[in-house]
Design a protein around this ligand. Sequence first.
Ligand SMILES: Nc1ncnc2c1ncn2[C@@H]1O[C@H](COP(=O)(O)OP(=O)(O)OP(=O)(O)O)[C@@H](O)[C@H]1O
Ligand SMILES: [Mg+2]
Length: 266
Amino acid sequence: MAEAAYLEEEFPAAVGETNRLPGERSVSMNIIELDKISKSYTRGKEQLQILKEITLHIAEGDFVAIIGPSGSGKSTLMNTIGLLDSPTSGTYKLDGVSTENMSDNGLAELRNRKIGFIFQQFNLLPRLTALENVELPMIYAGIGAKARKERAQMMLEALGMGQRGHHKPSELSGGQQQRVAIARALAISPSLILADEPTGALDSKTGIEVLELITKLNEEGNTIVLITHDSHIADNAKRVVTLRDGEIIKDVRNAPIPLQVQEAVV
Ligand SMILES: Nc1ncnc2c1ncn2[C@@H]1O[C@H](COP(=O)(O)OP(=O)(O)OP(=O)(O)O)[C@@H](O)[C@H]1O
Ligand SMILES: [Mg+2]
Protein backbone atom coordinates (compact mmCIF):
# COMPACT_ATOMS: atom_id res chain seq x y z
CA MET A 1 0.00 0.00 0.00
CA ALA A 2 2.77 2.39 1.04
CA GLU A 3 4.62 1.26 -2.08
CA ALA A 4 1.66 2.02 -4.33
CA ALA A 5 1.30 5.49 -2.84
CA TYR A 6 4.99 6.09 -3.36
CA LEU A 7 4.81 5.00 -6.99
CA GLU A 8 1.78 7.12 -7.58
CA GLU A 9 3.77 10.10 -6.40
CA GLU A 10 6.76 9.28 -8.55
CA PHE A 11 4.79 8.27 -11.66
CA PRO A 12 1.69 10.45 -11.47
CA ALA A 13 0.29 9.23 -14.80
CA ALA A 14 1.39 5.67 -14.35
CA VAL A 15 -1.28 4.32 -12.06
CA GLY A 16 -4.79 3.62 -13.34
CA GLU A 17 -4.87 5.27 -16.77
CA THR A 18 -2.58 4.20 -19.60
CA ASN A 19 0.06 6.70 -20.59
CA ARG A 20 -0.30 8.03 -24.12
CA LEU A 21 2.61 9.19 -26.21
CA PRO A 22 2.34 12.21 -28.53
CA GLY A 23 0.73 11.28 -31.83
CA GLU A 24 -0.77 8.12 -30.50
CA ARG A 25 -4.34 7.48 -31.53
CA SER A 26 -6.75 8.83 -28.97
CA VAL A 27 -9.56 6.49 -29.87
CA SER A 28 -8.68 2.85 -29.72
CA MET A 29 -10.64 -0.33 -29.64
CA ASN A 30 -10.07 -2.14 -26.38
CA ILE A 31 -9.88 -5.87 -26.74
CA ILE A 32 -9.75 -6.31 -22.97
CA GLU A 33 -11.75 -4.29 -20.46
CA LEU A 34 -11.36 -5.49 -16.91
CA ASP A 35 -13.15 -3.28 -14.40
CA LYS A 36 -12.74 -3.68 -10.65
CA ILE A 37 -11.89 -7.35 -10.94
CA SER A 38 -11.38 -9.10 -7.61
CA LYS A 39 -10.62 -12.72 -6.93
CA SER A 40 -10.62 -14.30 -3.50
CA TYR A 41 -10.38 -17.77 -2.06
CA THR A 42 -11.55 -18.92 1.34
CA ARG A 43 -9.11 -20.98 3.30
CA GLY A 44 -10.76 -22.12 6.53
CA LYS A 45 -12.12 -18.93 8.07
CA GLU A 46 -9.63 -16.82 6.21
CA GLN A 47 -10.48 -14.87 3.06
CA LEU A 48 -7.51 -14.66 0.69
CA GLN A 49 -7.68 -11.65 -1.62
CA ILE A 50 -5.62 -12.59 -4.67
CA LEU A 51 -6.74 -9.84 -7.09
CA LYS A 52 -7.93 -6.54 -5.62
CA GLU A 53 -10.23 -4.42 -7.79
CA ILE A 54 -8.04 -4.54 -10.87
CA THR A 55 -9.02 -2.17 -13.65
CA LEU A 56 -7.08 -2.78 -16.84
CA HIS A 57 -7.97 -1.86 -20.41
CA ILE A 58 -5.86 -3.22 -23.25
CA ALA A 59 -6.06 -1.90 -26.80
CA GLU A 60 -6.21 -4.03 -29.91
CA GLY A 61 -2.74 -4.46 -31.41
CA ASP A 62 -0.92 -3.72 -28.18
CA PHE A 63 1.87 -5.77 -26.61
CA VAL A 64 1.50 -5.72 -22.82
CA ALA A 65 3.81 -7.37 -20.33
CA ILE A 66 2.46 -8.10 -16.88
CA ILE A 67 5.27 -8.39 -14.37
CA GLY A 68 5.48 -8.85 -10.63
CA PRO A 69 7.01 -11.10 -8.02
CA SER A 70 6.00 -14.71 -7.48
CA GLY A 71 2.57 -14.92 -5.89
CA SER A 72 1.54 -11.39 -6.93
CA GLY A 73 -1.41 -12.76 -8.92
CA LYS A 74 -0.07 -12.75 -12.50
CA SER A 75 -1.30 -16.21 -13.46
CA THR A 76 -4.60 -15.62 -11.67
CA LEU A 77 -5.03 -12.47 -13.76
CA MET A 78 -4.09 -14.32 -16.94
CA ASN A 79 -6.54 -17.11 -16.15
CA THR A 80 -9.23 -14.47 -15.69
CA ILE A 81 -8.37 -12.76 -18.99
CA GLY A 82 -8.24 -16.19 -20.64
CA LEU A 83 -11.69 -17.14 -19.28
CA LEU A 84 -10.16 -20.16 -17.56
CA ASP A 85 -11.25 -18.85 -14.19
CA SER A 86 -14.01 -16.45 -13.20
CA PRO A 87 -13.55 -13.47 -10.90
CA THR A 88 -15.31 -13.13 -7.54
CA SER A 89 -16.53 -9.66 -8.54
CA GLY A 90 -16.06 -7.04 -11.22
CA THR A 91 -16.79 -6.98 -14.94
CA TYR A 92 -14.85 -8.25 -17.93
CA LYS A 93 -15.49 -7.45 -21.57
CA LEU A 94 -13.50 -9.45 -24.12
CA ASP A 95 -13.56 -7.99 -27.63
CA GLY A 96 -16.74 -6.11 -26.75
CA VAL A 97 -18.50 -9.15 -25.26
CA SER A 98 -19.59 -9.01 -21.59
CA THR A 99 -18.64 -12.26 -19.91
CA GLU A 100 -20.30 -11.96 -16.48
CA ASN A 101 -23.49 -13.81 -17.17
CA MET A 102 -22.25 -16.37 -19.65
CA SER A 103 -22.62 -20.11 -19.10
CA ASP A 104 -19.54 -22.33 -18.90
CA ASN A 105 -20.24 -23.50 -22.45
CA GLY A 106 -20.58 -19.93 -23.65
CA LEU A 107 -17.28 -19.02 -22.01
CA ALA A 108 -15.54 -22.06 -23.52
CA GLU A 109 -16.87 -21.18 -26.96
CA LEU A 110 -15.69 -17.58 -26.64
CA ARG A 111 -12.31 -18.72 -25.35
CA ASN A 112 -11.82 -21.23 -28.18
CA ARG A 113 -12.70 -18.64 -30.78
CA LYS A 114 -10.81 -15.63 -29.47
CA ILE A 115 -7.80 -16.68 -27.42
CA GLY A 116 -4.56 -18.47 -28.21
CA PHE A 117 -2.58 -19.65 -25.17
CA ILE A 118 1.15 -20.14 -24.82
CA PHE A 119 2.32 -21.71 -21.55
CA GLN A 120 5.67 -22.14 -19.86
CA GLN A 121 5.49 -25.95 -20.09
CA PHE A 122 4.16 -25.86 -23.68
CA ASN A 123 1.18 -28.09 -22.70
CA LEU A 124 1.35 -30.18 -25.85
CA LEU A 125 -0.44 -33.53 -25.73
CA PRO A 126 2.36 -36.13 -25.62
CA ARG A 127 0.59 -38.83 -27.61
CA LEU A 128 -0.25 -36.57 -30.52
CA THR A 129 2.18 -35.49 -33.24
CA ALA A 130 3.14 -31.83 -33.65
CA LEU A 131 0.67 -31.54 -36.54
CA GLU A 132 -2.16 -33.12 -34.53
CA ASN A 133 -1.45 -30.79 -31.60
CA VAL A 134 -1.78 -27.77 -33.88
CA GLU A 135 -5.01 -29.23 -35.28
CA LEU A 136 -6.60 -29.60 -31.85
CA PRO A 137 -8.09 -26.10 -31.36
CA MET A 138 -9.43 -26.28 -34.91
CA ILE A 139 -11.28 -29.50 -34.01
CA TYR A 140 -12.93 -27.61 -31.12
CA ALA A 141 -13.72 -24.80 -33.54
CA GLY A 142 -15.48 -27.28 -35.85
CA ILE A 143 -13.15 -26.91 -38.82
CA GLY A 144 -13.24 -29.88 -41.23
CA ALA A 145 -10.39 -32.42 -41.35
CA LYS A 146 -8.87 -31.42 -44.69
CA ALA A 147 -8.91 -27.69 -44.03
CA ARG A 148 -7.45 -28.07 -40.57
CA LYS A 149 -4.62 -30.37 -41.68
CA GLU A 150 -3.68 -27.89 -44.38
CA ARG A 151 -3.79 -24.98 -41.98
CA ALA A 152 -1.84 -26.86 -39.30
CA GLN A 153 0.89 -27.63 -41.84
CA MET A 154 0.92 -24.00 -42.94
CA MET A 155 1.24 -22.77 -39.36
CA LEU A 156 4.11 -25.17 -38.66
CA GLU A 157 5.86 -23.99 -41.81
CA ALA A 158 5.40 -20.35 -40.79
CA LEU A 159 7.22 -21.19 -37.57
CA GLY A 160 10.04 -23.09 -39.26
CA MET A 161 8.67 -26.45 -38.14
CA GLY A 162 7.27 -27.68 -41.46
CA GLN A 163 9.51 -30.75 -41.51
CA ARG A 164 8.61 -31.79 -37.97
CA GLY A 165 4.87 -32.28 -38.18
CA HIS A 166 5.04 -36.04 -37.68
CA HIS A 167 7.23 -35.81 -34.55
CA LYS A 168 5.86 -36.35 -31.05
CA PRO A 169 6.63 -33.60 -28.49
CA SER A 170 9.18 -35.85 -26.72
CA GLU A 171 11.18 -35.97 -29.97
CA LEU A 172 11.49 -32.18 -30.09
CA SER A 173 13.67 -29.71 -28.18
CA GLY A 174 12.09 -27.22 -25.78
CA GLY A 175 12.34 -24.41 -28.31
CA GLN A 176 10.79 -26.58 -31.02
CA GLN A 177 7.97 -27.60 -28.69
CA GLN A 178 7.27 -23.95 -27.92
CA ARG A 179 7.15 -23.21 -31.66
CA VAL A 180 4.55 -25.95 -32.06
CA ALA A 181 2.63 -24.47 -29.12
CA ILE A 182 2.75 -21.04 -30.78
CA ALA A 183 1.53 -22.57 -34.07
CA ARG A 184 -1.32 -24.14 -32.08
CA ALA A 185 -2.13 -20.81 -30.41
CA LEU A 186 -2.30 -19.10 -33.81
CA ALA A 187 -4.23 -21.82 -35.61
CA ILE A 188 -7.63 -20.28 -34.99
CA SER A 189 -6.47 -16.71 -35.78
CA PRO A 190 -7.20 -15.56 -32.24
CA SER A 191 -8.01 -11.95 -31.38
CA LEU A 192 -5.69 -12.25 -28.44
CA ILE A 193 -2.56 -14.22 -27.57
CA LEU A 194 -1.92 -14.90 -23.89
CA ALA A 195 1.54 -16.12 -22.91
CA ASP A 196 2.35 -17.10 -19.30
CA GLU A 197 6.15 -17.25 -18.82
CA PRO A 198 6.62 -18.53 -22.41
CA THR A 199 10.41 -18.53 -22.13
CA GLY A 200 10.54 -19.81 -18.53
CA ALA A 201 11.45 -23.37 -19.47
CA LEU A 202 13.90 -22.49 -22.25
CA ASP A 203 17.64 -21.80 -22.26
CA SER A 204 18.46 -18.13 -22.74
CA LYS A 205 19.30 -18.33 -26.48
CA THR A 206 16.11 -20.22 -27.32
CA GLY A 207 14.19 -17.91 -24.99
CA ILE A 208 15.39 -14.90 -27.00
CA GLU A 209 14.30 -16.59 -30.25
CA VAL A 210 10.83 -17.28 -28.88
CA LEU A 211 10.59 -13.71 -27.61
CA GLU A 212 11.56 -12.41 -31.06
CA LEU A 213 8.85 -14.59 -32.54
CA ILE A 214 6.27 -13.16 -30.15
CA THR A 215 7.44 -9.61 -30.95
CA LYS A 216 7.05 -10.39 -34.67
CA LEU A 217 3.52 -11.66 -34.09
CA ASN A 218 2.71 -8.32 -32.49
CA GLU A 219 4.24 -6.42 -35.43
CA GLU A 220 1.94 -8.45 -37.68
CA GLY A 221 -1.07 -7.10 -35.77
CA ASN A 222 -1.69 -9.66 -33.03
CA THR A 223 -2.53 -8.38 -29.55
CA ILE A 224 -0.19 -9.94 -26.99
CA VAL A 225 -0.41 -10.18 -23.21
CA LEU A 226 2.77 -11.69 -21.83
CA ILE A 227 3.21 -12.67 -18.19
CA THR A 228 6.71 -12.75 -16.79
CA HIS A 229 8.60 -12.12 -13.58
CA ASP A 230 11.62 -11.00 -15.62
CA SER A 231 11.84 -7.26 -16.27
CA HIS A 232 14.34 -7.78 -19.14
CA ILE A 233 11.76 -9.86 -20.99
CA ALA A 234 9.15 -7.21 -20.26
CA ASP A 235 11.37 -4.57 -21.91
CA ASN A 236 10.31 -6.03 -25.28
CA ALA A 237 6.71 -5.03 -24.69
CA LYS A 238 5.04 -1.73 -25.60
CA ARG A 239 3.41 -1.39 -22.21
CA VAL A 240 4.48 -2.84 -18.87
CA VAL A 241 2.00 -3.34 -16.04
CA THR A 242 3.41 -4.24 -12.62
CA LEU A 243 1.41 -6.27 -10.12
CA ARG A 244 2.13 -6.57 -6.44
CA ASP A 245 -0.07 -8.33 -3.90
CA GLY A 246 -2.95 -8.43 -6.37
CA GLU A 247 -2.86 -4.75 -7.26
CA ILE A 248 -1.51 -2.77 -10.20
CA ILE A 249 1.22 -0.60 -8.75
CA LYS A 250 2.73 0.69 -11.98
CA ASP A 251 1.65 1.02 -15.61
CA VAL A 252 4.18 2.35 -18.09
CA ARG A 253 4.06 2.73 -21.86
CA ASN A 254 7.33 2.14 -23.74
CA ALA A 255 6.08 2.42 -27.31
CA PRO A 256 2.86 3.56 -28.98
CA ILE A 257 0.15 1.18 -30.11
CA PRO A 258 0.29 1.07 -33.94
CA LEU A 259 -2.05 3.59 -35.51
CA GLN A 260 -3.38 1.11 -37.97
CA VAL A 261 -3.60 -2.40 -36.78
CA GLN A 262 -2.62 -4.49 -39.76
CA GLU A 263 -4.27 -7.75 -40.60
CA ALA A 264 -2.30 -10.57 -39.06
CA VAL A 265 -0.19 -12.30 -41.70
CA VAL A 266 -0.94 -15.74 -40.29
N1 LIG B 1 -6.88 -22.19 -6.16
C1 LIG B 1 -6.27 -21.41 -5.26
N2 LIG B 1 -6.60 -21.45 -3.95
C2 LIG B 1 -5.99 -20.68 -3.03
N3 LIG B 1 -5.00 -19.81 -3.34
C3 LIG B 1 -4.60 -19.73 -4.60
C4 LIG B 1 -5.20 -20.52 -5.64
N4 LIG B 1 -4.59 -20.22 -6.83
C5 LIG B 1 -3.65 -19.29 -6.53
N5 LIG B 1 -3.66 -19.01 -5.21
C6 LIG B 1 -2.77 -18.04 -4.53
O1 LIG B 1 -2.85 -16.81 -5.20
C7 LIG B 1 -1.61 -16.12 -5.18
C8 LIG B 1 -1.26 -15.68 -6.56
O2 LIG B 1 -0.96 -16.82 -7.36
P1 LIG B 1 -0.53 -16.71 -8.89
O3 LIG B 1 -0.31 -18.09 -9.37
O4 LIG B 1 -1.51 -15.88 -9.61
O5 LIG B 1 0.85 -15.92 -8.75
P2 LIG B 1 1.93 -15.58 -9.87
O6 LIG B 1 2.15 -14.10 -9.80
O7 LIG B 1 1.54 -16.16 -11.18
O8 LIG B 1 3.23 -16.30 -9.30
P3 LIG B 1 4.44 -17.04 -10.10
O9 LIG B 1 5.36 -15.94 -10.59
O10 LIG B 1 5.08 -17.85 -9.03
O11 LIG B 1 3.87 -17.86 -11.21
C9 LIG B 1 -0.63 -17.06 -4.53
O12 LIG B 1 -0.42 -16.68 -3.20
C10 LIG B 1 -1.31 -18.42 -4.60
O13 LIG B 1 -0.93 -19.21 -3.53
MG1 LIG C 1 2.36 -17.66 -12.44
